[in-house]
Design a protein around this ligand. Structure first.
Ligand code: TRP
Length: 324
């Protein structure tokens, strides 16, 4: 049997370069390999685990689907869908919550960060975030998950839940593994942490113009430490150099070591390479945007295909748990 793959991105806005390099490149690689059956969703239900705006959610989840299509995810090859349309994810998540402890969920670094970020919104939904994610994956019995490295703690929870369910109820859930890509950790342009939609000035949009990209890349702080050690901003810059102008990265590094590097030259070379790389995406996105009927069709058909698989798993679990 082909190996099954599932991944998703939250509907907090259009995708940025970090999502693109960290998750979407891996999704594409697996989609285009004949050994895998791929399912890719927009995690719109996960979006309600932190404060959100109703109209923005409605709009953003569609933008993510359009971004997926523009990036090359192909409904002929992958099941592309919205999480909320497959209610089986939520049902299975509740069954899963019976084998997950509160203490375990409270100790996850992702949970602690969000509580710090939104101290007045530490809701049950937020605590349940990893359980729903485990359900997203396991409702399709997917064994491989292309996501960024920051999601590893969530995958660990999914593996624990799979193991417990198999032990207690005799199910046959796989223990899902992360599929890593070269761009699995894309640093923030601020020189601190990772590129994130919720941190202003940290990201490049996939639809940014050359001017916008240049402005953002130029803003990466590159003040050098005494002793020639690389600051976080400089490291970030060289990370982009490796990803986008790998042939010249060494040359620039030597210049840096000699103390002769003109940062603006390196920055502009990177900006141009990023922009060039995004061109096909930007052109396809324009075409897809002008054909909203096609987008509707993709969403509708994706949900049908996903439900067909998910409903089988839920039925099986209900039987094994004595609920059917
Ligand atoms: N938690 C993931 C993120 O923030 C999004 C997500 C939700 C996901 N469900 C998933 C990723 C299932 C992979 C598989 O990036």
């Amino acid at each position: 049997m082909e190996k099954r793959v599932l991944s998703g991105i939250r509907a907090t806005g259009r995708l940025h370069l970090g999502n693109f390099l960290g998750a979407v490149m891996g999704m594409l690689e697996l989609q285009n390999s004949p050994d895998y059956e791929t399912l890719y969703m927009v995690a719109d239900v996960h979006t309600i685990t932190t404060p959100f705006n109703i109209e923005e959610l409605r709009k953003n989840r569609r933008e993510v689907i359009i971004d997926y299509l523009a990036a090359g995810l192909d409904p002929e090859k992958s099941v592309i869908f919205q999480q909320s349309e497959v209610s089986e994810h939520l049902e299975l998540a509740f069954y899963f919550s019976s084998v997950a402890t509160i203490a375990r969920m409270q100790h996850l670094p992702t949970f602690k960060e969000k509580v710090k970020q939104y101290p007045h919104h530490s809701t049950m939904a937020l605590l349940n975030y990893p359980i729903l994610m485990a359900s997203d994956i396991l409702v399709y019995k997917a064994g491989l998950v292309p996501v960024g490295i920051d999601q590893e703690p969530h995958l660990e929870v999914a593996r624990e839940i799979a193991r417990k369910m198999n032990q207690l109820y005799g199910t046959d859930f796989p223990e899902p593994k992360r599929f890593a890509t070269k761009g699995e950790y894309i640093p923030s342009l601020t020189g601190e942490g990772k590129m994130s939609k919720t941190v202003a000035g940290s990201f490049i949009n996939l639809t940014d113009s050359l001017e916008e990209i240049r402005k953002k890349i130029r803003s990466i702080p590159t003040a050098t430490h005494a002793g020639g050690e690389m600051s976080e901003g400089v490291k970030t810059l060289f990370k982009f150099a490796e990803l986008y102008i790998s042939n010249e990265a060494e040359k620039y590094k030597e210049e840096f070591n000699k103390g002769t590097l003109q940062f603006v030259t390196l920055k502009d070379a990177i900006s141009e390479a990023i922009y060039r790389d995004l061109q096909p995406f930007q052109e396809r996105r324009k075409k897809i945007e002008s054909d909203q009927k096609y987008v509707d069709k993709v969403i509708k058909e994706g949900a049908q295909k996903a439900r067909a698989i998910a409903s089988k798993t839920v039925k099986e679990v209900r039987k094994k748990m004595g609920l059917l």
